[in-house]
Design a protein around this ligand. Structure first.
Ligand SMILES: [Zn+2]
Length: 498
């Protein structure tokens, strides 16, 4: 059993380096002064390369391979760890080091080039880099020598076990059932109070309200904290230290609130993972999709519910007495669920959001399944936007250049956003059978929802696959019909009745 001991020791060492990197990253994204930049990059570089050596070194490879050879004799969770470790290692060791280094350099450089191209709204400035990144990825996939389609291999990196077949079924359902419904909603004329878009929402007061909400969601402040940053994110080293950020926009108070609740969802998931996984490869949320299902559950199913606004509008008005004078629960609920076709994914509402993802999924699928000319991507992008949302981007900035992901080589990531949101609907209908969610929200008992999610999902960390989670929680495989049903029920009520 020496190998098991050795494996534990090596994993713990990796965790320690990871811990240091995570804490420094948190600091650099929140409070570090500009002057810290260069020295920090140098020091982080040293730690990162040590971590890389540890996690790909001969000693680690040997232990993982030897344990893999006797995998059937190991207990379940160790089996899963070894399989994960082996899968990662097999990929890394097959890519020649010089090519991997060249790729890392290309990706680092591409961030800046993408930023410039976006600012100048000129796809031509970026397309060369994009092409090289894609070529590298295709080459790496060949090195992996896995018996599967190229895009499936990428999809699996972000959502274990997901394939094009399943995503096709998901997005085909959306195209068939959701697109016509969205078109109908977009045509319905509803007038709204514009009280929430004024630019008089003091950020200090917004923070006060978000702090109140954080407590209402029973976030454990002794094991976490909230700060501000340009882009909201959640950072964690272990369940005892989970930090998230939000940002406050003076002219978009609701957006500030929902960004905070969204991250709070990610953070609650991480806080409720069982500590017993701390020193294993099974700590933390199990996948991008399941993680997003939790953030979207808190954001949409709780934060954008009528019950939530019935319960918390009074406090909101207390914080903004003049700004919100005369605003009713119904006004707030409708403003929180306003539907509008828009160019920019990150600003999209709950109903049109998945269609933005569909555009990206279909393009990525083409890129990795055909010989598509990279020059044609903006045209294809625009055609799809027109088809799904009746909008044609006027330039590359509001079209194909809007997201950072591709410049970082993150192909296969986007679909998890829509998938996670769809998971959240399936989880919602399951929870509804056991909990009266509206009553729970009205009784200010969100702790009960936290506990439900902890018992069924959070505590397991990554010890279960996303598929196992969905199957065990909802008693069936992922099924997109729940998502369509949820959106139709909600938005028919808001937009298409009376
Ligand atoms: Zn998220």
């Amino acid at each position: 059993m020496d190998n098991i001991k050795k494996f534990r020791e090596l994993v713990k060492k990796q965790k320690a380096y990871q811990y240091a990197l995570t804490m420094v990253s948190w600091d650099s994204n929140t409070e570090a002064p500009r002057g810290a930049f260069e020295r920090r990059a140098e020091m982080m570089g040293v730690i990162s390369s040590e971590l890389f050596k540890l996690s790909t070194g001969e000693e680690y490879q040997k232990v993982v391979n030897e344990l893999f050879n006797i995998i059937d004799t190991l207990e379940d969770s160790l089996q899963r760890e070894i399989k994960k470790a082996k899968k990662n290692l097999d990929k890394i060791v097959k890519v020649p080091e010089d090519e991997f280094v060249a790729y890392r350099k290309l990706v680092d450089l591409s961030q800046k080039i993408w930023e410039d191209a976006k600012e100048e709204s000129n796809y031509n400035l970026f397309k060369g880099n994009l092409k090289s990144i894609i070529e590298f990825q295709k080459k790496f996939i060949e090195y992996y020598d896995i018996d599967d389609l190229p895009y499936n291999i990428l999809l699996d990196e972000y959502e274990e076990g997901m394939t094009m077949d399943e995503y096709d079924l998901f997005f085909n359902t959306l195209r068939k059932d959701l697109v016509p419904f969205v078109q109908e909603v977009l045509k319905a004329k509803k007038t709204y109070k514009s009280d929430f878009t004024g630019d008089s929402f003091d950020v200090k007061k917004q923070e006060e309200f978000c702090q109140y909400i954080t407590d209402e969601f029973a976030f454990d402040r002794s094991r976490g904290l909230m700060k501000t940053s340009v882009h909201p994110f959640t950072w964690n080293t272990h369940p005892g230290d989970v930090r998230f950020t939000t940002r406050y926009l003076k002219n978009m108070v609701l957006s500030s609130i929902f960004a905070a609740i969204h991250e709070l969802g990610h953070a609650t998931y991480e806080q409720q993972v069982d500590e017993k996984w701390n020193d294993t490869l099974l700590s933390g949320g199990t996948s991008m999709g399941i993680h997003e299902s939790q953030s979207r559950f808190y954001e949409n199913m709780i934060g954008r519910s009528r019950a939530f606004w019935e319960t918390h509008l009074d406090k909101f008005k207390q914080v903004f007495p003049t700004e919100l004078k005369g605003v009713s629960v119904e006004d707030a609920y409708r403003a929180a669920n306003k539907v509008e076709a828009s160019m920019i994914r990150v600003e999209a509402d709950e109903l049109t959001y998945p269609l933005h993802i569909m555009v990206r999924y279909e393009l990525e699928r083409l890129i990795f399944s055909s010989d598509i000319d990279i020059d044609d991507l903006p045209k294809l992008w625009n055609e799809k936007m027109e088809e799904y949302l009746n909008l044609t981007p006027q330039n590359d900035e509001e079209g194909i250049l809007q997201d950072v992901h591709w410049s970082g080589g993150m192909f296969g990531y986007f679909p998890t956003y829509a998938l996670g949101t769809a998971y959240s609907a399936q989880i919602y209908y399951t929870m509804k059978k056991e909990l009266n969610i509206d009553e729970v929200i009205k009784n200010r008992d969100i702790q009960l929802i936290n506990e439900w999610l902890k018992n069924k999902i959070h505590q397991f960390g990554s010890s279960k696959t996303p598929r196992e989670i969905m199957l065990e929680v909802t008693k069936e495989e992922f099924n997109p019909k729940y998502y369509v049903r949820y959106l139709k029920e909600k938005y028919t009520d808001i937009y298409l009745t009376k």
